[in-house]
Design a protein around this ligand. Structure first.
Ligand SMILES: Cc1ncc(COP(=O)(O)O)c(C=O)c1O
Length: 410
């Protein structure tokens, strides 16, 4: 008997995460001895604050090595509920029973999509968006519907954009502010308008707030601060980015009670729960507010310095279109003028940038906008400056070359 694998229908449309593919290629080049400036990974380069690591170690030594409740340990769910209540009146009644702790906010998004959407359902995905939204919605056998934001609005979507894309099958909308990959932040009014639309139209809202604490013009608002109601609202957050805890795998949802129950039941058969000691670390991260706020402010100050240093280099190429990021830690850059006529300019550009100049970035095709590339500035300032310098240099060189070709070709 010989076995030949063919993918099941469940994953018929699945593609490997393009962001991970780039960082793997960058790692392979590093292993060959090349010096690589890695602006691909969407991961803080800071260590998790010491007080959090110590709390987790202490918990582990005290026996936090066994299974926990599916939905997470009670002290963590209570800490998340208290943290969420501080958002304001709409969150005032959030309690531990509204919270499910998962293996990173990625699983929280998966849980929510899986229990809310199914075949025939359409989910609006403001585009560009984080690559996994499209895949996760498809894994739930629903259809992601790309809603493109205009350049004048930093690629953010409006009520009109969403209304144009909606059909009677629309069941939900993904929101993400600050946005990966653009760094754009929705103003309170912009977010409120989208939330009111979703409420009016009976759509579920999945508000992914993983970058909320990383913002440069004052805090980015949570959906819970501007929504008309939380009856159709699933807020997703976690410790990965702001607390520099990517590897701990702790994310959560704050959702209506029945959705919470469904996600708990689903998770009980999927991953069960995230690591016990990681949950204890996350309790320390949320309960020690002052210490955590200090650590987060220091990291955000550094991201801001790096952003400003990168923007200063971009300013030397005023024709190169970029979104000015007000949050998260990404530059989103339209490189199409360097590759005229190329339907996947971002990939062409990113390949040359990595292979010739040793700078890793993510092609915009991963975010359904192939003219663009994403640079992460969660790296030391010198690397950010060098990486942006190379992007600008390659873009100028390729644009000049394509311009002269166009002239030569008439
Ligand atoms: C928009 C967005 N949401 C969620 C995640 C996942 O974060 P976590 O590490 O909590 O799973 C990421 C990670 O890159 C992200 O960019």
């Amino acid at each position: 008997m010989s076995f030949r694998y063919s993918p099941s229908e469940n994953i018929a449309l699945l593609r490997e995460s393009a962001t991970i593919a780039v960082s793997q290629r960058a790692k392979a080049l590093k292993a060959e001895g090349r010096t690589i400036v890695d602006m691909g990974a969407g991961e803080p380069d800071f260590d998790t604050p010491l007080f959090i690591r110590e709390a987790a170690a202490k918990a582990m030594h005290a026996g936090a090595t066994r299974y926990t409740a599916t939905e997470g340990i009670l002290p963590l769910r209570e800490a998340v509920a208290a943290y969420t209540r501080s958002y304001g009146p709409l969150a005032a009644d959030v309690v531990a029973q509204d919270v499910v702790i998962s293996n990173g906010s990625k699983q929280s998004i998966f849980n929510a999509c899986f229990v809310l959407f199914g075949p025939g359902d359409e989910v609006l995905v403001p585009t560009p968006s984080w690559t996994s939204y499209y895949e996760i919605v498809q894994l739930a056998r629903a259809t992601p519907v790309e809603v493109y934001g205009s350049r004048e609005r930093d690629l953010k979507v409006t009520v009109e954009d969403c209304e144009r894309a909606a059909t009677p099958r629309t069941r939900g909308i993904m929101l993400n502010s600050p946005c990966n990959p653009t760094g754009a932040v929705y103003s309170p009014d912009e977010l409120r308008a989208l939330l009111e639309l979703a409420h009016r139209r009976g759509w579920w809202v999945l508000s992914d707030e993983i970058y909320r604490r990383i913002a440069y013009n004052g805090a980015a608002v949570s959906a819970l601060q501007v929504a008309p109601s939380r009856e159709n609202l699933i807020v997703i957050d976690g410790v990965a980015k702001a607390w520099a805890m990517t590897g701990w795998r702790v994310g959560w949802t704050v959702a209506p009670r029945e959705v919470t129950r469904a996600m708990t039941a689903f998770q009980s058969h999927a991953t069960f729960h995230t690591a016990a000691m990681a949950q204890h670390g996350a309790v320390a991260a949320l309960v020690n507010r002052d210490e955590a706020d200090r650590a987060i402010s220091e990291m955000v100050a550094q991201y801001r310095t790096r952003r400003d240093a990168g923007l200063a280099v971009f300013a030397t190429a005023p024709d190169l279109p970029i979104v000015r990021p007000d949050g998260a830690f990404y530059f989103y850059v339209d490189v199409s003028a360097a590759c005229p006529g190329d339907p996947d300019a971002g990939t062409t550009f990113a390949k040359r940038l990595l292979e010739e100049l040793g700078v890793a970035v993510v092609p915009g095709v991963a975010f359904k906008t192939p003219d663009w590339i994403r640079l992460s500035y969660a790296s030391p300032e010198a690397d950010v400056v060098e990486g942006v310098r190379q992007v600008v240099a390659l873009w100028s060189r390729m644009r000049a070359a394509s311009g002269s070709l166009a002239v030569a070709g008439g």
